[in-house]
Design a protein around this ligand. Sequence first.
Ligand code: F6P
Length: 360
Amino acid sequence: MKKRIGILTSGGDCPGLNATIRGVAKACFELMGEDNVEIIGISNGYYGLIHNLCKPMTPMEFSGILTQGGTILGTKRQPFKMMTVIGDDNLDKVKAMRETYQKQKLDCLLTLGGNGTHKTSHLLSQEGLNVIGLPKTIDNDIYGTDVTFGFHTAVDTATDAIDRLHTTAASHSRILVCEIMGNKAGWLTLNAGIAGGADIILIPEIPYDIDKVCDAVMKRAASGKSFSILAVAEGAFDKDEAKLKKKDRARKREEAGITTATSRIAAQIQAGTGIDTRVCVPGHMLRGGSPSAYDRILATDFGVYAAKLVASEKYGRTVAMVKGEITSNKLADIAGLTKFVNPKDQLVTTARRIGVSFGD
Ligand code: F6P
């Protein structure tokens, strides 16, 4: 009997998804023999599992995709909090996913995704499905793993954006505020900020005081540096907002007509310092392109480990890197948790020691 392995990619895409899919498939073929394995590709994440959008894939489909960005399976956001809610369509999504799993006669399901994906993976595992997760996200905020695939490539891309802002900022004696993805966690901004030589780094884990941000800009100006670069996480907020709940924060911003954190910060800096200030938003470019060498290796390592879990029928787990070792965590131990930057993290201290301001 062939082992039938379903595979899907869910949530925001990132570089390294295809490299991981390839790693899983090739290692499954090697470990169990090509004739004993059938890989079923599920289109557009959990949406495809709900609507039975499945097709068997040939080994050829896993070749030539190591370097390709995006995902050959397609992806879709399917918010966890809506998974158990029966909508106007009267569809029981959890039941539908269970039925697809049974109809497709799957032995297990591999889910490549971030925090939301892992919550649903855990739910399906509790429903009795054999699930194995793989940690994907440019945000690097999945609990229990040192790193997620896609993160390092995004750090490279964001660093390149910050590098390019230096010359234009210096030429015009301006402040440039670079908005970097990361709604909850500041890992990408922190890493790219340091690698790109940003002068000020603002992340959600360290609420800022705009006066301190302006002081840092003026201090540089007083020392003869006519420009400054800020790396700002899209989810950054100030010390007053830190006292509010997330939804109250969003409501207050909406009432004040503030569209993004960076647009407000730029306006406040310009008003507070009198220095011309501009915003740059690389946005979804950070999720695009070919995975870096690091991510290709990590994705392959993760994929191979997932195949070993399949071969040994160890389910209800997600692949991880812990202290440099590839291993796995129980879905139950990590689902619903987020890995935040600790304000006392060594990297934060390193940045502070070279004079980077966190606006606090
Ligand atoms: O979850 C990864 C992420 O890149 C976040 O950093 C960002 O807030 C979000 O995706 C943007 O998602 P979307 O593609 O839905 O706009």
